[in-house]
Each structure stands twice: as structure tokens, then as C-alpha cells.
Design a protein around this ligand. Structure first.
Ligand code: COA
Length: 153
């Protein structure tokens, strides 16, 4: 498995990851390539977006890291990072998310972030367990969600 920075040409394959999550009942929101371009690849507060690619060149998942800005939709403190992770259900539990986080964590340190926050649906047991396994700890509980933070300083 190769981890590399995502490029605009990855938009369709990243959209396919999101479509697979929708088909598996693990996502309800937008998933088309335009959404991937605006929300991840071309987002003005993007710090990084890493993709995990298998030996055949197939994208198995991706992880986005944005810098929290004033008025961000999650209420994440300014100066923190906002993380989002999406792995194909067919590749789940094979270490894709963990490998992506190695790259994201290095980048977050390089960017001087004080912490990284994940905004997770309160019912999303897999994501809660995933972030806990990486060392994230619950920092706040907005309505219907649990926010977990990984402190860097
Ligand atoms: C949550 C998600 C990112 C995990 O990715 P992954 O590639 O399967 O994670 P990994 O294989 O690296 O798992 C690392 C550890 O996390 C924990 N974990 C991951 N998925 C889990 C699950 N379904 N149940 C319990 N623990 C889980 C385990 O401790 C696991 O280690 P182990 O397999 O050695 O026991 C993936 O399931 C996903 O994309 N879910 C849908 C999208 C989503 O909800 N994203 C998070 C919101 S930002």
C-alpha cells in the first residue's frame, strides 16, 4: 500500500470510495467528484489530503486535514486541525486508516497544529473506535456528535 498526497485527477476514484460507503449504508451525504473537489482537494483550508493506493493503483481510502478557521462548521478551535477519514468498506480493518494517519500526523506536526479534532456521529461506533485506537480522546459532545482530539502540544 502506498500513501501519497491526493491530486485533482484522484477526484473520481475518491468519489468512488464515498459511493461505496453510501452503498454499504455508512454514509448519507454528497459523494460526487464535484463534492470531492470542493470539500477536499480544492478546499481553501486544506493542509493535506492523503490517499492510500493498493498495488494495482486502486484508491482504498483517503484522509483530509484542514486548518480550523474562524466560523468553521464543526466549531473546532482555531489553530487546530480538522480530520476526516474515508475507507472503502471492502478494505476496512486492513490498516488503511492507520497508515493514512501516520502521514497526517507527521504533516500536522510540520504545520505546527496544537491538536487535531475529529467530529464523529455519536452512533458511528467504527469511527469512534478507530480514533480511540489512534490515541484521540473525547473533548466535547455537540448535539448528536462526539468530538475527539489528538493533542500535539
Ligand atoms: C472508521 C474508518 C476510517 C476506519 O478505517 P480502517 O482502515 O478500517 O481502520 P484500521 O484498519 O486502520 O483500524 C485501526 C484500528 O481502529 C479500530 N477499529 C477500526 N474499525 C473498527 C470497527 N469497525 N470496530 C471496532 N474497532 C475498529 C481497531 O482498533 C483497529 O485496529 P485492529 O483492526 O488491529 O483491531 C472506516 O471504517 C471508515 O471509513 N468508516 C466510514 C467513514 C467514517 O465514518 N469516517 C469517520 C468520520 S470522520
Amino acid at each position: 500500500m502506498l500513501i501519497r498526497e491526493a491530486i485533482p485527477a484522484d477526484a473520481d476514484a475518491m468519489s468512488d470510495v464515498l459511493q461505496e460507503l453510501i452503498a454499504a449504508g455508512k454514509r448519507t451525504r454528497d459523494a460526487d467528484a464535484d463534492f470531492v473537489l470542493s470539500h477536499y482537494l480544492g478546499h481553501p483550508h486544506r493542509l493535506h489530503c492523503f490517499v492510500a493506493v493498493d498495488d494495482g493503483g486502486r484508491i482504498l481510502g483517503f484522509q483530509s486535514l484542514k486548518r480550523a478557521h474562524e466560523g468553521n462548521p464543526y466549531g473546532t478551535p482555531i489553530g487546530w486541525g480538522i480530520i476526516g477519514t474515508h475507507v472503502r468498506p471492502s478494505a476496512a480493518r486492513t490498516g488503511v486508516g492507520s497508515r493514512l494517519f501516520e502521514a497526517t500526523l507527521d504533516s500536522a506536526r510540520d504545520a505546527g497544529l496544537r491538536a487535531i479534532e475529529a467530529y464523529i456521529g455519536a452512533e458511528n461506533a467504527a469511527a469512534l473506535a478507530y480514533y480511540e485506537a489512534l490515541g484521540f480522546e473525547t473533548c466535547r459532545r455537540p448535539d448528536g456528535a462526539i468530538c475527539k482530539a489528538y493533542r500535539l502540544s
